[in-house]
Design a protein around this ligand. Structure first.
Ligand SMILES: Nc1nc2c(ncn2[C@@H]2O[C@H](COP(=O)(O)OP(=O)(O)OP(=O)(O)O)[C@@H](O)[C@H]2O)c(=O)[nH]1
Ligand SMILES: [Mg+2]
Length: 304
């Protein structure tokens, strides 16, 4: 547990620096006034916390500082941290395992290179070591070498793997996978999909089709569509979430590459503006480098 928290903290170093590394010297020994509030606002916007969360934070600091007559830099820093923590922790999500109907099917979607395939490898390892029966299905039939990449991950944790020939229709591979997982009594089916830009309408429609086919293949299964967001993306993440939600639904987010992101502040923007919960974070390229997202732990790691 301790090492997981340390890993999370380490992975947030860049984000922390991009927020507080700039705020601390700015606020420092100054007294709070409108000019300073404006500078804090610019800094928060630059750290990808988003317009809504920034405005909310600035308003809260202004109001509380006036009410409690606080003007010192360190008091202002405390107000800032408190408000950001409140935004992060306002939305708690349930577990992906909450519904009892099996298989639990996770349809993993996202833009190119976000970390979908790697995340599936990590999730397969996480849950197979917990004793769950896991199957991975290769529905990225588009990118060369995608199937081999995924197969290697499946082998690393020794889970079932289902693939079809090159250029097979991804929806039909998904259908076969659901049928196979259902008949084998699989607990967890992880479906990899090809990366696609959220602005490419026909590719987005294909995802909608895959979800419908999966739901038809076993109407009593639990199907969750999880959107993988590259944590280095910044504000574009918000439009990705909106478009993926419209076409394939979004039952949760997985934010990857926190370890190489100075823009982990985007999780604050997501918490403030969107209804989909963050369910996992990726904190490295290794098989163990995934964590269930806990807002309070994240807030502590980022803000303490
Ligand atoms: N540092 C770091 N790298 C990551 C993480 N997750 C994924 N990556 C890296 O990101 C790159 C892309 O990962 P993939 O899993 O292939 O991404 P993808 O979304 O499946 O890509 P496409 O299938 O091409 O759309 C790889 O080099 C991964 O090692 C993470 O949490 N941290
Ligand atoms: Mg992939």
């Amino acid at each position: 547990m301790f090492s997981r928290l340390k890993k999370l903290k380490d992975s947030l170093v860049q984000t922390k620096n991009s927020i507080f590394g700039k705020l601390a010297p700015l606020v420092g020994a100054r007294k709070l006034d409108e000019e300073l509030l404006e500078e804090i606002e610019e800094t928060l916007l630059g750290a990808d916390i988003g317009v809504d969360a920034t405005m909310r934070t600035i308003d809260a600091v202004r109001t509380k500082a006036q009410r409690e007559n606080l003007t010192d830099g360190d008091q202002v820093m405390t107000l800032l941290r408190d408000e950001l923590r409140d935004i992060l922790t306002a939305k708690q999500s349930n577990s992906i395992w909450d519904s009892s109907s099996r298989p639990l099917i996770l349809l993993i979607v996202g833009v190119n290179g976000a970390g979908k395939t790697t995340t599936i490898g990590k999730l397969a390892h996480l849950y197979s070591t917990q004793g769950h029966n896991v199957m991975i299905a290769a529905c990225d039939t588009f990118r060369a070498a995608a199937v081999e990449q995924l197969e290697t991950w499946a082998q690393r944790s020794g889970v079932d793997f289902l693939k079809a020939g090159d250029r097979a229709d991804p929806a039909s591979v998904a259908y076969d996978a659901v049928v196979s997982a259902t008949s084998k009594g699989t607990d967890l089916l992880l479906i990899d999909t090809a990366g696609r830009l959220h602005t490419k309408t026909h590719l987005m429609q294909e995802l909608g089709k895959i979800r419908r086919v999966v739901e038809k293949a076993n109407p009593s299964a639990t199907v969750l569509s999880l959107l993988v967001i590259d944590g280095t993306t910044g504000q574009n993440a918000l439009s990705q979430v909106r478009v993926f939600t419209d076409t394939v639904g979004c039952d949760g987010l997985i934010v990857t590459k926190l370890d190489s992101a100075a823009k982990g502040g985007v999780i604050i923007a997501i918490a403030q503006e969107l209804s989909a919960p963050v369910r996992f974070v990726g904190v490295g390229e290794g098989i163990d480098d995934i964590q269930e997202f806990d807002p309070a732990t994240y807030a502590a790691a980022l803000l303490e």
